[in-house]
Design a protein around this ligand. Structure first.
Ligand SMILES: Cc1cc2nc3c(=O)[nH]c(=O)nc-3n(C[C@H](O)[C@H](O)[C@H](O)COP(=O)(O)OP(=O)(O)OC[C@H]3O[C@@H](n4cnc5c(N)ncnc54)[C@H](O)[C@@H]3O)c2cc1C
Length: 424
């Protein structure tokens, strides 16, 4: 009998297991695959070790930075280079994303970069909400609903949606407001209008430094070090063991073994409790040798609006223009990460498609001979649980939403409450 059985060794499960073992509890962790880390992992492309999934994390709340410090990675937390990202709209040329914005919501709708992006009429429509400060829209459930009500559809469709799809692979109308932009609802209630709420939140995060950060050498180092800590602290980590069914106080593995203990589910999709449909995402990584990219023609990358003609990618990250450590490791070559919805990446020569998309998005024709290496990684992300069966403890993306920052915070909080409760 173990005190806790954690099912799933992604970042959610690893953080929970570490918190529990550090509080003196016995922990068994079951991981279906042969490695820890889940969606946070690495691969080697063109001789460079790169993140094959998540490559950065939100700094809000300071939770991930605190975790990195406790894992001995404090000196390796790095901010991205300040080049900014671009947007490829459905029609017309790419433009630099408005500087003072949050998930595409402008803090000053009449700024010249907002007008350049959506036109004066739509920018003025967005500005008007500041003339009528009121909590109107604050009860909105989704991010899209709130922004549409306050600032109009053009801000949602042309600025917010391309960004939200790039990060979360869903539309702003499908994304819960509090998960997408923690603190925005409260700021709106306090300030009275959305642009002001965005300015308020931006000011807070500016005081705290960049909104996102990475780890020198790659974010996968977080899960590598979490895994090492679990071994060091005596967690019984079982790789290649899949949970077939879970109860609140026991797990039955696919091999029929029953393991008793308080169960924490950290495996998205395992409970299947009224989930939204899952989605497949494909990440294409190109390492290219093309000196014309040294000037970072589209800053740190390009988000792609739905319907951009001839482009299948959802987003492109110019990773060597985003991370100094990576530019140094690449020794003059460039690393481009393009994300695709699976249906756009199935049954095609993805290396060729990615090269064509990168050429169009970066405005620099990439000759086939410039490609040093290419890698394709397919991910399946189960839908978010709408509810969890009574009494089940759940951590990770299933319940915290997409992103390392939300997951680490939720997992730490839940595991902490369990040991605090039983201590009291
Ligand atoms: C391409 C891509 C890029 C991303 N980029 C970023 C980014 O830059 N920044 C960011 O913050 N987030 C990013 N994300 C999202 C982030 O990686 C995830 O939200 C997070 O890693 C999910 O962690 P998790 O522990 O909840 O789940 P997972 O990482 O999915 O881990 C769950 C684990 O459970 C295991 N498992 C499943 N079923 C069972 C079972 N029955 N029994 C035992 N084990 C089981 C799985 O094998 C897996 O190891 C990205 C995601 C993708 C796909």
């Amino acid at each position: 009998m173990t005190d806790f059985v954690v099912v799933g060794g992604g970042v959610g499960g690893l953080v929970a297991a570490r918190r529990l073992v550090l509080a003196g509890r016995s922990v068994t962790l079951l991981e279906a695959s042969e490695r820890l880390g889940g969606t946070v992992t690495s691969h080697t492309v063109g001789g460079i070790v790169l993140d094959a999934g998540a490559e950065s994390f939100a700094t809000r709340g300071g939770t991930v930075v605190a975790l990195a410090k406790s894992l001995g990675l404090g000196d390796d937390v790095v901010e991205p280079l300040a080049e900014g990202a671009w947007l490829q709209p459905a029609e017309g040329a790419a433009f630099r994303l408005p500087e003072n914005s949050l998930l595409g919501i402008p803090s000053w709708p009449l700024a010249s970069d907002v007008i350049a992006a959506i036109g004066f009429r739509s920018a003025f429509r967005a500005y008007v909400e500041s003339l009528i400060p009121a909590p109107y829209g604050a009860k909105s459930v989704t991010l899209g609903e709130l922004v549409r009500r306050r600032m109009g559809s053009d801000v949602v469709d042309r600025l917010v949606n391309p960004i939200v799809r790039g990060v979360h692979s869903v539309d702003a109308d499908e994304l819960e407001l509090d998960a997408a932009a923690p603190g925005l609802r409260k700021a709106l209630l306090r300030v009275g209008y959305l642009a002001g709420a965005v300015a308020d939140l931006r000011q807070t995060s500016a005081r705290a430094g960049s909104a996102v950060a990475g780890i020198r050498g790659g974010v996968h180092r977080l899960v590598d070090n979490l895994g090492s800590d679990l071994s060091r602290f005596g967690v019984d980590v079982r790789l290649g063991v899949s949970a077939a069914s879970v109860e609140a106080d026991s797990v039955t593995t696919a091999d029929g073994e029953r393991i008793d203990g308080t169960v924490i589910v950290a495996a998205p999709g395992l409970l299947g409790g009224g989930t939204a449909p899952g989605r497949r995402v494909v990440l294409a990584t190109l390492v290219v040798d093309e000196p014309r990219l040294d000037a970072a023609p589209r800053g740190t990358g390009v988000l792609v609006a739905d319907g951009a003609p001839g482009i299948r990618a959802r987003a492109l990250t110019h990773a060597t223009a985003k991370w100094r450590w990576l530019a140094e490791a690449a020794e003059g070559k460039h690393v481009l990460r393009l994300s695709y919805d699976a249906d756009a990446a199935d049954d095609v020569d993805l290396a060729e498609i990615a090269r064509a998309d990168a050429s169009a998005l970066l405005g620099v024709p990439l000759d086939p001979s410039s490609t040093v290496d290419f890698a394709r990684v397919a991910w399946y992300r189960p839908g978010r649980e709408r509810y969890t069966p009574n009494g089940m403890l759940v951590v990770g993306e299933t319940i915290a939403g997409t992103g390392i920052a939300s997951i680490v915070a939720q997992s730490e909080a839940l595991a902490g409450s369990l040991v605090d409760d039983s201590n009291g």
